[in-house]
Structures are given as C-alpha cells and as structure tokens.
Design a protein around this ligand. Sequence first.
Ligand SMILES: O=C(O)CCC(=O)C(=O)O
Length: 253
Amino acid sequence: MNDRFSPEDAEGFARDGYRIVRGLLPATARERMREVAERDLAAAAAPLEYEADTQYPGAPESREAPGGRTVRRLLQAYARDAVFREWATAAPVAARLRQLLGPRIALAQAHHNCVMTKDPAYSSLTSWHRDIRYWSYARPELVSVWFALGAERIDNGCLLVLPGTHVMDFEPACLDAAQFLRGDVAENAALMRTQVAVELDPGDVLFFHCRLFHAAGHNRGTQTKFSAVFTYRALDNLPLPGSRSAGQPDVVL
Ligand SMILES: O=C(O)CCC(=O)C(=O)O
C-alpha cells in the first residue's frame, strides 16, 4: 500500500478539506479496535461521554432519562489499547499527515482521541460545525483522522461535509451562539445543499481539516456504529497556554 497521498489527492485535500483513503486500516487492526471498543462499551469503561451530555437534537434529556446512559464516545482512545497507539501513529497515517501539516507533527490528546459509538436507539443529530470552534491553537491548522471500524452510511449516521468550507470565512451572523451554521440564513441553506455524504467501508480512513464544516445524522440502523478518531497538529502549532487544548501532553510522532 502506498504510504503517501498522490499529488491529486493532496490537491484534493487542499481544495475540499478532506480525503478518504480506502482500505487503509488492515482487517486485523480493525477487528482488534472493534473488540476493545465493544468490551469497553459493555463495561462502561471510563472516561466516557454520554449522548445526554451533548444536549444535541435527539439526545436523552439527562443521564437519568430513558437512554440516558447511552455512550457517545469512549474517550482517551490512545491510552486504551496498543492497537490505537500503533495505528494513530502508523507510517501510512503519519506520512500523509506530514504531507498536509509539515515534517514534524504531534497527536493532540486533548481533542477527539476517542472511539465514537453511535447507538441505534438513542443517537443524536450533530449540526453543521467546525471542530476548531472550541480548540485553541496558534494556527487553525489541525487535521483529524477518522478510522471506520464498520460500514458508515447515511442510514447509520455517517459524516456529511461541506467541501471547501475550510478555506471560507463566515460572518458571525451566519453562526448561532454555539457556532453551528444557522439554517435560517439563506446563504447557509444554499451551502448546505452542497453537502457530500462521507460513506465509508470498514477500514476506510478519512482525513479532514479542523475548519471543514461537517454534520451527521442519527443512527437509523440496527447496530452501533464505531469510528476511532484522532487529531494532529504541526509541532510548532502550539496549544494556547491555559486552554483545554493545552490540558494534556501531546504525542510527538
Ligand atoms: O458522528 C457524529 O455524530 C459527528 C461527530 C462530529 O462531528 C464531531 O465529533 O465533531
């Protein structure tokens, strides 16, 4: 398997803000990740984020409500098992990230660094947002890597992206108080019609820019959807002192 983006793919990432590498994660690693995720989900192994914590549309109202103990993320994936450490830093991932971010890179343990667990019974809807909105770095130039541990389709709540939005600027009036794109603004509505569904097969890996607007629907399937996600920065793109982004030691690749 080629360890690098082709020039066309690197150009595509620069233009669209994302790229998919089909079948990058080998089946053995994928199955091990899934096994660990299923084990930790069944054991409710901390640290966890619950759907109820998000307050997103469709989420249980509180941890005490029906479905209130539905897990949305198994946090701190990097620390959970060697298979996450191995693949979050593996050569085919790191080499591509170096093409996008420069030669010296680090994994940001404070962001993503999780297995997303989208439950068919109680999953919420994630509105259009940029991940950088709550992250604090010298430059808004981070890349996340999303490993599909099973099939991701519109029906089970795959990611949706707005290509090219990572290089667009938006007036404050386009965003609500939580920095989601407002649906009642005409230019946003036109932009939302350009959405692309990032449908993935097991083992496919998505690279996406922290300024890319993305969203996701509910899981209307019958099985939990599992995706492992990690975020990276250039080594000289430091988290701002005192911010949540600076709250954990990063892993230099
Ligand atoms: O899978 C989802 O619901 C979306 C997750 C997402 O957009 C995020 O964590 O930034």
